[in-house]
Design a protein around this ligand. Structure first.
Ligand code: DAT
Ligand code: MG
Length: 156
């Protein structure tokens, strides 16, 4: 069953440096998802540790925390039907060489350490991650866009 959700998406520092922000946003827009929050952020150590808390203790944790602070990210909130799994599908597998061609990670990345984009993996992590980067009053949901049209079609 399709449900309306919100998710946290970030263009990671490598994606920003490589000029992939527009390309990534375009793919989410094309899919029919609705952009409700957007900003550039220099991630602080506190934000990085909150964001990746689930990976604390793993061998790659320190590098991951460093990497997410290695330049600004573009932090976004997207809304839509099944946007959490839909955005994971658009992003592709964590390991770019295992991702399907046509996904962001397969098309623009080679290694998991620099895989260009982040997306929440569950409703709980989405709400937790949104709260790290946005105040609720920074989210703009009061406008009609393509996502509304897609949702109407689903209801037919
Ligand atoms: P995803 O970003 O697909 O949700 P994840 O949550 O398992 O993947 O991991 C977060 C990020 O950490 C991932 O995008 C890249 C990095 N990462 C994951 N597993 C790794 C590993 N074994 N070695 C190095 N970096 C890793
Ligand atoms: Mg993850």
């Amino acid at each position: 069953m399709q449900t309306e959700q919100r998710t946290f998406i970030a263009v990671k520092p490598d994606g920003v440096k490589r000029g992939l922000v527009g390309e990534i946003i375009k793919r989410f827009e094309n899919r029919g998802f609705k952009l409700i929050g957007l900003k550039m952020v220099d991630v602080t150590p506190e934000m990085a540790e909150k964001h990746y808390g689930e990976h604390k203790g793993k061998s790659f944790y320190n590098r991951l925390i460093e990497y997410i602070q290695s330049g600004p990210i573009v932090a976004m909130v997207w809304k839509g039907y099944d946007v959490i799994s839909g955005s994971r599908q658009l992003m592709g597998s964590t390991r770019p060489l295992e991702a399907q061609v046509g996904t962001i990670r397969a098309d623009f990345a080679l290694v998991k350490e620099y895989n260009v984009v982040h997306g929440s993996d569950s409703v709980e992590s989405a709400e937790r991650e949104i709260a790290i980067y946005f105040d609720e009053n920074e989210l703009c949901d009061e406008y009609d866009n393509m996502a509304e049209i897609v949702i109407e079609k689903l209801d037919d």
